[in-house]
Design a binder for this molecule. Structure first.
Ligand code: NAP
Length: 285
């Protein structure tokens, strides 16, 4: 078994971005909006800010009160839509209950939608006209390809059908000519289906859902799950993936660890998308 090192692969991508950004006339800019005090969201937003700075992308951080009315957030997005120094806009999800995430996503103009969640960008992805592709799925494909696996003709099984991971990663795998099966909470005989997967992507949010008996010998296994599991440690919890790593690792050819697999790739893809958005807005190739 070989470990797929997301930290190493994402560092290489960030190095390339840094090099490209250093050649640009103006610095690309990314606006990151955080509403409320969700501790995990705060960690993600801070990490995005640090990584932007490292590659020379300007980061504009907006921290808004958890009770902010929806209208005010939408007004801020509209202001950012019209701000030439901002090439990408990201509103950290989830947003508090008084705010519709659909309205937020639809208000960001597609050209600045670096998360790739806008229906125009989703539609482009489904018609094979990729421009800004959502970050985690994009990173997953890079990880699979890093193993030297030719995706074409392989059976890829994706567990999960969310708009942010399951559906877009299934579409990208299909574009790469995999035969794709999508499993979800109503799927019957999931273990048998997974057992036929050459490439298995788990994006569920259930610790250790994928056990060794569900994995084909020699499969490539991508674990997207990030689950907080309580324990007696000082922090009071540790992170676990959707895959029973210890027991599956002996069976597969390649596997991503949690943490250090898909997570760092998501940020690298976000930086790539910000650079792509900058280039599109400045008519550069
Ligand atoms: P989500 O929106 O909650 O979707 C979960 C999917 O899993 C749903 O399609 C659900 O089916 C399916 N599911 C739930 N229980 C199942 C079961 N027992 N058997 C089969 N399928 C089941 O989650 P998400 O946003 O896609 O995220 C999934 C995981 O990835 C989470 O742990 C999240 O934290 C992690 N994540 C990580 C990153 C990263 O950068 N590392 C990025 C995004 C997400 P139904 O549709 O039928 O309900």
């Amino acid at each position: 078994m070989e470990l797929i090192d997301g930290n190493k692969i994402s560092a290489e991508i960030r190095e390339k971005i840094k090099e490209e950004v250093s050649q640009l006339e103006k610095k690309p800019g990314l606006a990151v909006v955080l509403v409320g005090e969700n501790p995990a969201s705060k960690v993600y937003v801070n990490m995005k800010e640090v990584k932007c700075r490292e590659v020379g992308i300007q980061s504009f951080k907006y921290e808004l009160d958890k009770d902010i009315p929806e209208e005010e957030l939408l007004k801020l997005i509209e202001k950012l839509n019209n701000d030439e120094t901002v090439n990408g806009i990201l509103v950290q999800m989830p947003v508090p209950k008084q705010i519709s995430d659909t309205k937020v996503i639809n208000t960001i103009i597609p050209e600045k939608d670096v998360d790739g969640f806008h229906p125009v960008n989703m539609g482009n992805l489904f018609t094979g006209n990729n421009s800004l592709v959502s970050c985690t799925p994009k990173g997953i494909i890079t990880l699979i390809e890093s193993t030297g696996t030719d995706i074409s003709g392989k059976h890829a099984v994706v567990i999960g059908r969310s708009n942010i991971v399951g559906k877009p990663v299934s579409t990208l795998l299909l574009q790469k000519n995999a035969t794709v099966t999508i499993c979800h909470s109503r799927t019957q005989n999931m273990a048998e289906i997974c057992k036929t997967a050459d490439i298995l992507v788990a994006a569920v949010g259930r610790p250790k859902l994928v056990t060794a008996d569900m994995v084909k010998e020699g499969a490539v296994v991508i674990d997207v799950g990030v689950n907080r599991v309580d324990d007696d440690s000082e922090k009071g919890y540790h992170l676990e993936g959707d895959v029973d790593f210890e027991n599956v690792k002996g069976k597969c050819s390649h596997i991503t660890p949690v943490p250090g697999g898909v997570g760092p790739m998501t940020i690298a893809s976000l930086l790539e998308n910000t650079l792509t958005a900058y280039k599109m807005q400045n008519n550069l190739k």
